[in-house]
Design a protein around this ligand. Sequence first.
Ligand code: GUN
Ligand code: FE
Length: 441
Amino acid sequence: MLIHGPAFTALDVNHIQALRDCLVLVDDHGWIRRVLTSNDQDFNQVLTLGRQKQQVRELTAGEYLLPGFIDLHVHAPQWAQAGLALDRPLEDWLNKYTFPLEAKFSNLTFARQVYRSFVHTLLAHGTTTAMMFGTIHLKSNLELVEQCRQQGFRGFIGQVAMDNPDQSPTYYRDQSSVAAIKASESFIQQVQKTAGADDLVTPVITPRFVPSCTAPTLAGLGRLAAKYDLPIQSHVSESNWESQYAIDHFGMHDANVLDYFGLLTNRAVMAHGTQLTAADMKLLRQRHASLAHCPISNVYFGNGVLPVHYLLQNHNQVGLGSDISGGYSPSLYPNIRQAVKSSRMLEDGVDSRQAVTERGVKNSRITIVNAFYMATVGGAQALHLKSGQLKAGYRADFQIVKAHHSFIPLSSLDAFERILYQTTAADIRSVYVNGHLVYEN
Ligand code: GUN
Ligand code: FE
């Protein structure tokens, strides 16, 4: 398969490459074999041959090829309540809305309906990979695995562990630490047993967050992560209440708690982090653990803005997450925009009664390129995937978007910026995962 047309891909955190006219060659196993431009001697020859064999997807006027987005943090069951109850604080929202909803996933038919719609919706927004929380229900989680495989979506999926009776309701919690760890291990084994060659799904160790888990459960999950060499997902320093909970109950920051139990590895992806201290951030760096920045969710629950510029400058690993349903949008496009907007407010400050010099945090703004980098390369690196870039040896995970009509001539960088600010699901024409066309609009 070949795709022919203009494309954008991140080169590094501050730069994109605008390919005006390129030819992306994909092999039979779903890897990019070459990315040719018209400067390559055999460009015309390869294009002509591909056309003769009718293997070329020709982009039409206004269409662009981009890497598929990687949503680093999302709760699949919460798709059923996206956009609800965002006027409540986190602990209230969990107890009044989220736990009752997630408890409904004991019903497999309900789970199938929600998960089928959710995976389809992610693809329809140009997301080709996501790291997802399921619920505590093993069978429903396996249904989410099945939906990813059937629809051709790359899923990192976790059986949620939450056994702390103080913070989890009786109707929705693991019955004991032993039960929580056993369910996690069964889920891992089931996913591995049913996996095909080069499977799209990876199981993930998933302690919900420090308040939800007892110490024996955190310890047991740390051992499982090491035994199976698997990724880990959780929430870290996500709000004032949550950060204080770890300090009150463990006498240390939650990043240290997770680290103590072997849960802050180089395969760990920790969501939010708005309340992390500079020392916590350093610890994450030392462990090569990643952060999933969820800028829309943070507006509601974060009690602060994640200092993304600081983190990127200090070489912390950061990707982007929608955090459905702490965030209301299943698309990374509005999250890219919110990441930029929140950073601008952090830099300028928000209280105009304060002196200009004291209002904000200097050097906090990020660019649209930084945000695009997080949604592609940042996510791929966090998941140890060769994807997120249009580059030989990388996964053929793509989205094709149609740019809005322009009445004025645009530079490549202008065209890129406009795509990121204006694209909606209606503009996403096709999505490919592993070189397979998995969504068409
Ligand atoms: N912390 C623990 N559980 C959750 C959840 O479901 N969503 C968010 N945003 N934070 C959490
Ligand atoms: Fe979350």
